[in-house]
Write a protein that binds this ligand. Structure first.
Ligand code: ADP
Length: 203
């Protein structure tokens, strides 16, 4: 079972991913919690490179390739082997983020992104994806006090495009992507996560 959480910065992804991880551990499941970009030592090195603020212009195509490169390390060295052993994998962001950010956010053709993404994932898709949707202003308010990385510091309109991108993805794959209203309380959202997973017999 491969479960991903998606959404704009500050929507509450990591909070829900961590709650689910703890819940599954309590239920005696074998489970790992991981994140993108990152998840393995090499991919975390790439994460640091990608997210660090820099003087030089970061070309969108270079950014895309680095995210894809990091995903390759992550899928090959961690996710696939865990799934093969029957371990539940919970991942904070995955391919949908690349389509939303580098596609809808930066303007690279989403279809092209899916094509090169398959080279890194070998076609691996999450069994279920939770998209936590929240107005950009509310999400950014939540992370006001946190130190912003290069992507989090982007202008409001960039995050609006990314949010719309996620919604488009959810519309195109309604069986896989469950949209959650992120304006609700943490506990209420989490109850829905559990309910959806139980309904599908996933946990
Ligand atoms: P993300 O991983 O999507 O960037 P986080 O899970 O780190 O977001 O949450 C960002 C901030 O918002 C944290 O301080 C977290 O405690 C808070 N938060 C998360 N979910 C909610 C919620 N449903 N309502 C209010 N605050 C929340």
């Amino acid at each position: 079972m491969f479960i991903t959480f998606e959404g704009i910065e500050g929507c509450g992804k990591s909070t829900q991913a961590k709650l689910l991880y703890e819940e599954l551990l309590n239920r005696g499941k074998r489970v790992i919690l991981t994140r993108e970009p990152g998840g393995t030592p090499s991919a975390e090195e790439l994460r640091e490179f990608i997210l660090r603020e820099r003087e030089e212009f970061f070309p969108p195509f270079s950014e895309l390739l680095l995210y894809i490169a990091a995903r390759g390390f992550h899928v090959e060295n961690l996710i696939m082997s865990a799934l093969k052993e029957g371990i539940v994998v919970i991942c904070d962001r995955f391919s949908d983020s690349t389509v939303a950010y580098q596609g809808y956010g930066r303007g690279i053709d989403p279809k092209f992104i899916r094509e090169i993404d398959i080279r890194a994932t070998g076609g691996l898709r999450p069994d279920i994806t939770f998209l936590i949707d929240l107005p950009v202003k509310e999400a950014l308010k939540r992370i006001r006090s946190r130190e912003r990385d290069r992507i989090e510091s982007e202008e409001l309109e960039f995050h609006e495009r990314v949010r719309r991108g996620f919604i488009e993805i959810a519309k195109s794959e309604p069986e896989r992507v469950v949209v959650l209203d992120g304006r609700r309380g943490i506990g209420e959202i989490f109850k829905e996560v559990i309910r959806k997973l139980e309904e599908r017999g996933a946990i």
